[in-house]
Ligand binder design. Structure first.
Ligand code: GDP
Length: 519
């Protein structure tokens, strides 16, 4: 960043997400980050608030039954840092359940960095790896937090080497656990040489820090560790080639303050975003942003949806007129919402990196660009090839219209993808995970009063087909029985197997069959 950019308000923003496998401790860490950031007063509140919120809406019962979180949210907190001043953190929560990975992936397009939480006993798990790959694709820098060192975990070297090998990253330990589990004596900060100590019966970190020497049995390991891994390198981290590693316990509050400090000091401020006409810099004057998520039913008293916009450039002010790319005409954003962890607040002003909730009735869609001039188009928000395809069967055949509306709405929200076959009248829905189908059926009933059943479709996967007009129309003509349109009217090849995809790809080298659709 240039010096003048350093002084701009957006330079104080840190917009990030936590990526992890379910159970690694993301919720617990989120709570502690908010507590340490001064945003909430009681631990446990994130889950409690979440539960209270969930109980309000019928379809969300699924969440309760399954004990998972379907809804993503945004949490903002701010604090002073010595030498840095006031830093504002925007933590974008990503649903941890693997069935909701598509939503999670999209959220990652809206962050500038990520915290990767790993369970010290389990190391890199499948979901961590998947999410990591998405971060890598977009060069999102990652800070690693090895959690649960208050319990028996794997040897520190083993964990560090696994991260390095599995993810092909340099790892740079910033702290080191002095023993784990029953032997746990604290966390050594490798830079300052100070040890945070457990206190009392709960063996929590309550602020006790000392310079006592590390017990001999651990000293050698720590010395070896310090010598055996690369030193922290800001450039390499910002490029996504190196991850600083912190050890801690979210439950017992170890390593959390250090983590926040690291996000404030090394995590990148808002980055330029790719658009059709080159990258858009946060220092640009024009207000631009993109929608990465649309959510209904946040407030059961209203039927509104909230579209989540990541602000990319310019200073947003309440009441401002912005043009959504899909709509083509300006809308006035009168009651934008900011997401302070205490409560939702009406935003008067927002900076690049901030997330704004925009209430609307379905005009705003995932992937839309909003801008003042309507000349910008952000790229890179993917739709993923569905892994499960189902035909939708109406219980009451007179409700076709309502069904179409519902499917269009829910696909706009990113809950499902919908495909309208060229032949036949049965619409097909595609999802990345089974749970999305349950959500679909309950929401059809609860919100649209449409009873529906899902039947197996004779297709296994879908590919977006692109190519020169003549080749494309020939292909469509020959393969009508396997073709559908997505909600934007773009052609999609419904394949019976992945073999089918390779076969068509071979026969039609002038066409591309892609598993993702970038909007
Ligand atoms: P999430 O699924 O990643 O959000 O994980 P949670 O935060 O819900 O944690 C999963 C379980 O691990 C819960 O029972 C937590 O109490 C527990 N847990 C989280 N962090 C720690 C930790 O640092 N130490 C120990 N011993 N348990 C933890």
């Amino acid at each position: 960043m240039t010096d003048s950019a350093m002084n701009q308000p957006f330079a104080t923003r840190r917009t990030f997400a936590i990526i992890s496998h379910p159970d690694a401790g993301k919720t617990t860490l989120t709570e502690k980050l908010l507590l340490n950031g001064g945003a909430i007063h009681l631990a446990g509140e994130v889950k409690a608030r979440g539960a209270a919120r969930r109980a309000r809406s019928d379809w969300m019962k699924i969440e309760q039954q399954r004990g998972i979180s379907v809804t993503s949210s945004v949490m903002t907190f701010a604090r002073e840092f010595e030498g840095l001043g006031h830093i504002t953190f925007n933590l974008l929560d990503t649903p941890g359940h693997e069935d909701f990975s598509e939503d999670t992936y999209r959220t990652l397009t809206a962050v500038d960095s990520a915290i990767m939480v790993i369970d010290a006993a389990k190391g890199i798990e499948p979901q961590t790896r998947k999410l990591f790959e998405v971060c890598r694709m977009r060069n999102v820098p990652i800070i690693t937090f090895v959690n649960k060192v208050d319990r028996e975990g794997r040897p520190v070297f083993e964990i560090l080497d696994e991260v390095a090998d599995a993810l092909a990253l340099d790892v740079s330990p910033q702290s080191w656990p002095v023993g784990m589990g029953g032997q746990f004596e604290g966390i050594l900060d490798l830079k300052s040489g100070r040890i945070s100590r457990p206190e009392g019966d709960s063996r929590e970190f309550l602020g006790k820090v000392d310079h006592e020497p590390v017990p001999e049995e651990f000293a050698e390991e720590i010395e070896l560790g310090q010598a055996g891994y690369p030193e922290f390198d800001l450039e390499a981290y910002r490029h996504g080639d190196l991850t600083p590693v912190f050890f801690g316990s979210a439950l017992k509050n170890f390593g959390v303050a250090e983590l926040i400090d690291a996000i404030a000091r090394i995590a990148p401020p808002p980055r330029p975003q790719p658009s059709e006409a080159g990258t858009i810099d946060p220092s640009g004057n024009e207000v631009t942003g993109f929608i990465f998520k649309v959510q209904a039913n946040m407030d059961p008293m209203h039927r509104d949806r909230i579209a989540f916009m990541r602000l990319v450039s310019g200073t947003f002010r309440r009441g401002m007129k912005l043009t959504p790319s899909a709509l083509g005409k300006p809308i006035a954003v009168h009651s934008p919402i900011l997401f302070f962890a205490q409560d939702r607040e009406i935003a008067d002003e927002a900076q690049p990196g901030d997330i704004i909730g925009i209430p609307n009735h379905g005009t705003l869609r995932v992937g839309d660009t909003l801008s003042e001039t309507n000349k910008v188009r952000f790229t890179g928000l993917p739709n993923f090839a569905p892994e499960i395809l189902r035909r939708v069967q109406l219980k009451d055949p007179t409700k076709t219209k309502q069904l179409r509306k519902a499917l269009d709405d829910l696909s706009e929200e990113g809950v499902i993808q919908v495909f309208y076959p060229e032949i036949g009248s049965q619409w097909i829905v595609g999802v990345v995970g089974q749970l999305q189908l349950d959500v679909l059926i309950s929401r059809l009933e609860a919100e649209y009063k449409v009873g529906a059943m899902l039947e197996p479709a004779p297709f296994d996967t879908a590919r977006w087909v692109k190519g020169e007009a003549k080749a494309l129309s020939d292909f469509v003509e020959f393969n009508r029985a396997n073709l559908a349109k997505d909600r934007d009217g773009d052609p999609v090849f419904l394949a019976r197997s992945s073999w089918d995809v390779s076969y068509q790809q071979e026969r039609n080298p002038e066409l591309t069959f892609s598993a993702t659709k970038e909007r």
